[in-house]
Design a protein around this ligand. Structure first.
Ligand code: HEC
Length: 151
């Protein structure tokens, strides 16, 4: 029993230490995963954008819920940009991602930092707090796309 438990622990540790890229069987799975995550994040973020721009009625509860989803989603795409996932399926990812990993990581962190602030702002329950946070988050999207995404 004790042996089994330690094998279990070792297996769990091995899983935790496995490089993120190894979570995908094939590069095309990783590409599909990151595109899907980015797509869903953009859909949720778009609802906040519409409220911030007055194109949709402001709804504090919906805003808080959307911001929470955007914050969660903003963590998901990045492990799916592992080595070897520059091709295998249609992708707009630029080679610069793999050539300058530090800069790419910085752009991810900027987004995750902004989406955390976005969540706090959305939970404040007023449109005036939401607007600048939406803008700052949008700027973090653009900052990365300008450098790392093909048109
Ligand atoms: C750290 C870099 C980075 C950040 C930050 C980022 N993106 Fe992207 N985004 C990419 C890259 C790279 C692709 C291309 C992925 C591919 O095709 O493999 C992409 C693709 C997309 C796509 C297309 C997904 C599809 O259907 O193929 C959408 C939509 C998108 N991003 C929206 C956003 C939004 C909205 C934000 C901010 C809330 C954001 N992105 C932040 C790098 C980023």
């Amino acid at each position: 029993m004790r042996v089994l438990a330690s094998i279990g622990m070792a297996a769990a540790a091995a899983i935790l230490c496995t490089p993120a890229s190894a979570q995908f069987a094939k590069p095309e799975d990783a590409i599909k995963y990151r595109q899907s995550a980015l797509y869903v994040m953009a859909q949720q973020f778009g609802r906040l954008g519409a409220m911030a721009q007055g194109k949709a009625p402001y709804d504090a509860n919906a805003a808080a819920e959307n911001a929470e989803l955007v914050q969660t989603m903003s963590h998901l795409p990045w492990p799916a940009f592992g080595p070897g996932t520059d091709k295998g399926r249609d992708t707009r990812a630029k080679p610069e991602i793999w050539a300058d990993q530090a800069k790419f990581k910085e752009a991810q962190e900027r987004l995750m930092n902004e989406t955390s602030k976005l969540m706090v702002a959305a939970k404040a329950g007023n449109l005036d707090a939401l607007k600048p946070a939406v803008q700052a988050t949008g700027a973090a999207c653009k900052n990365c796309h300008d450098q790392f995404r093909r048109d």
